[in-house]
Design a binder for this molecule. Structure first.
Ligand code: GDP
Length: 314
């Protein structure tokens, strides 16, 4: 059983220009997550370490991850780091309630920073800003904060989006601080800022099921894997669900596997609730933008723009 409910989940997209430190930051968050874990009692974690589950875990979206802090699971949703016009940024942003805009303290905002931030703000994802590489002697922190602010003034679609928190990190050295003049000791201030500023997902776990498919993958062992966020309702293993495509009548499929993200691993669960980001198998012929809905009362969600679906062989 996945025992996380809406209030215990945050869905965070990390957006950055290439080389600004996204990979290093995610590593630092995962490492810090492990430190938190080592200090808490075992319980929920026992299931994560089932070797069989690990072995069968779906090897998809390898860069998606999750990390727990104070009983809240933060799903980290990776976005393409290169200029991407195929709609992938839009699709993955669809799974997030918050976005962490990572900006290099030396380079400042770059073209991809503008592109992904514009997309996030248009999709009404709550922003936070992280100025990274503050350890570098050439860091020009105050100036870069000003440039980021100019960018927000240009791109914000409503005034609340200007009220974002700013954190200062050295992802490489593994610390974050809410004060640019104070060197942090670990990543905890960043976790606190995520919990404070990113809204918990909305959605009613007792309402009819609706999950929007935001990404697809293919796995030789399991076939087609659909990834997305549960907007409403509860996914239950072995339930029949309706697949609603753009054109055509809903088709009925059995849910064969449901996976959630824990650390860098995919863990199979029996149930997952509204607000969570999951990977499922069972439904066949799925396209990005389709809705997986409850069999009895299938209602499609507004579709997202699709171009070429991303299908990788793993
Ligand atoms: P990505 O392309 O955004 O995923 O960037 P990477 O995480 O691969 O980082 C790009 C480069 O910046 C690598 O050489 C990192 O070691 C370096 N880097 C990342 N974070 C920091 C940091 O906080 N301080 C310094 N000095 N270097 C960093």
């Amino acid at each position: 059983m996945s025992d996380y409910r809406n209030n215990d989940i945050r869905n965070l997209a990390i957006i950055a220009h290439v080389d600004h430190g996204k990979t290093t930051l995610v590593d630092a968050l995962l490492k810090q997550g492990k430190v938190f874990r080592d200090h808490q009692q075992v319980g929920e974690l026992i299931m994560d370490t089932n070797p069989l589950e690990r072995e069968r875990g779906i090897t998809i979206l390898a860069k998606n991850a999750s990390v727990s802090f104070n009983g809240v699971r933060i799903n980290i949703i990776d976005t393409p780091g290169h200029a991407d016009f195929s709609g992938e940024v839009e699709r993955v942003m669809n799974m997030a309630d918050g976005c962490l805009l990572l900006v290099d303290a030396v380079d400042g905002p770059m073209p991809q920073t503008t592109y992904v931030l514009r997309q996030a703000l248009q999709q009404n994802v709550t922003p936070m800003v992280v100025i990274n590489k503050v350890d570098r002697p050439e860091a020009r922190i105050a100036e870069v904060v000003g440039l980021v602010q100019d960018l927000f003034l240009e791109l914000a679609t409503k005034s609340e989006q200007l009220d974002y928190p700013v954190l200062y990190t050295s992802a490489r050295e593994g610390y974050a601080s809410a004060d640019p003049d104070v060197r942090g000791t670990d990543m905890q201030p960043l976790f606190e800022a995520v919990l404070d500023s990113v809204p918990a997902p909305t959605g009613d776990p007792d309402a009819p099921l609706q999950m929007l498919v935001a990404a697809l993958d293919y796995n030789n062992y399991m076939g087609q894997v659909a990834v997305g966020r549960i907007t409403n309702g509860t996914l239950k293993l072995r339930d029949d669900v309706a697949l609603m495509t753009r054109n055509g009548e809903p088709t009925i499929h059995n849910l064969e596997r449901i996976c959630v993200f824990r650390g860098m691993e995919r863990v199979e669960v029996e149930e997952a609730y509204a607000g969570d980001v999951v990977a499922v198998t069972g439904p066949e012929g799925v396209s990005i933008g389709d809705t997986i809905a409850c069999r009895e009362n299938p209602v499609a969600l507004p579709s997202i723009d699709i171009n070429e679906p991303t299908v990788r062989m793993t």
